[in-house]
Design a protein around this ligand. Structure first.
Ligand code: C2E
Ligand code: MG
Ligand code: MG
Ligand code: MG
Length: 291
């Protein structure tokens, strides 16, 4: 293909922009109908404690759109946030996730903690807090097995509102994890000002552990600081044994990533947990304890 002239490149650029804009609009305008049509579903990704086995799972939303095919949450969640649809999606996630959790808590004697991702715009809505409490009661859930993952943008936007939300959920008995910590606008003072139980180190650092000596040092520092603050540390995006061994030795309490499991359907969860418990890497000392 001949090299594009300047003008053609400009036209290509505008076309690409228009296409991208069209897709955004299509996604934004399909969300409401997708909720009505049940096009969303949840997958669950295990979190593994090196000496306890699977201690929790993270609920992750998926969308199989009739018109657009499979769309990643990394694409549609930001669009939903920007177009004011996120709270409808989050309510769907909570409603369906809590229902599954109800069954999980009834059927398992070895209880798992289930984590849900929340957006900034969710926690700024006072009605949402009310909704969460209603859903907790309706599904008769034990709140100590529920965690909410939030990112730093939530507390940057409006610190006191975010802190009120977090305190309210903790009063009810749920716990809070700081997701994707160490990238974005994370400030170290949030670690002391936001009383989160868990910190999730961003995948970026795990990916770069053996690629960048500097990133490894920052990861080490985040881990040792979190240990000093008595937080539970979860490393996400762990894809191989080398990363797992390093992070385990560094003191991470929980490991999450493709090395152990991709996110799976609720129906596959039990078999998947059994498979992980039997992996030679996992030295399960006592099956019943859950951190
Ligand atoms: P996140 O909460 O940080 O979730 C981690 C993402 O990394 C997930 O992508 C997960 O599938 C992926 N992942 C896990 N292990 C590995 C690994 O070993 N390697 C690699 N390369 N990736 C791994 P996913 O499911 O596509 O979700 C992307 C983001 O979308 C999430 O990031 C979260 O911010 C958002 N999201 C997902 N579900 C929900 C939801 O129900 N509500 C909200 N508000 N956001 C959600
Ligand atoms: Mg998360
Ligand atoms: Mg994350
Ligand atoms: Mg993320």
């Amino acid at each position: 293909k001949a090299k594009s002239s300047g003008r053609n490149r400009y036209v290509e650029f505008i076309d690409a922009m228009t296409m991208q804009q069209n897709r955004r609009l299509q996604i934004a305008s399909s969300i409401k109908q997708a909720l009505d049509n049940n096009e969303f579903y949840l997958l669950f990704q295990p979190k593994v404690a090196p000496t306890k086995g699977v201690v929790g799972v993270e609920a992750l939303i998926r969308w199989n759109s009739q018109q657009l095919g499979i769309i990643s949450p990394a694409e549609f969640i930001p669009i939903a946030e920007q177009t004011g649809r996120i709270n409808d999606i989050t309510r769907w996630v909570i409603k369906h996730g809590f229902k599954k959790l109800h069954h999980l808590q009834k059927s398992q004697n070895n209880k798992l903690k289930v984590s849900f991702n929340l957006s900034t715009f969710d926690i700024f809505k006072p009605e949402f807090l009310k909704y969460l409490k209603e859903q907790l009661a309706e599904n008769q859930l034990e709140p100590q097995y529920i965690e909410f993952e939030i990112t730093e943008s939530s507390y940057i936007e409006n610190f006191s509102v975010a802190r009120n939300f977090i305190n309210s959920m903790q009063e009810v008995g749920c716990s809070i994890a700081l997701d994707d910590f160490g990238t974005g606008y994370s400030s170290l003072s949030y670690l002391t000002q936001i009383n989160a139980e868990t910190i999730k180190i961003d995948q970026y650092f795990v990916r770069n552990l053996f690629k960048s000596e500097k990133d490894k040092k920052v990861a080490d520092a985040i881990i040792s600081l979190s240990l000093k603050l008595n937080m539970t540390i979860c490393a996400e995006g762990v894809e191989n044994q080398k990363q797992y061994e390093y992070l385990k030795a560094a003191g991470c309490h929980q490991i999450q990533g493709y090395y152990f499991s991709k996110p799976v359907a609720y129906e596959q969860l039990n078999d998947n947990i059994k498979r992980i418990q039997n992996m030679p890497d996992i030295k399960v000392t006592k099956l019943s304890s859950v951190k």
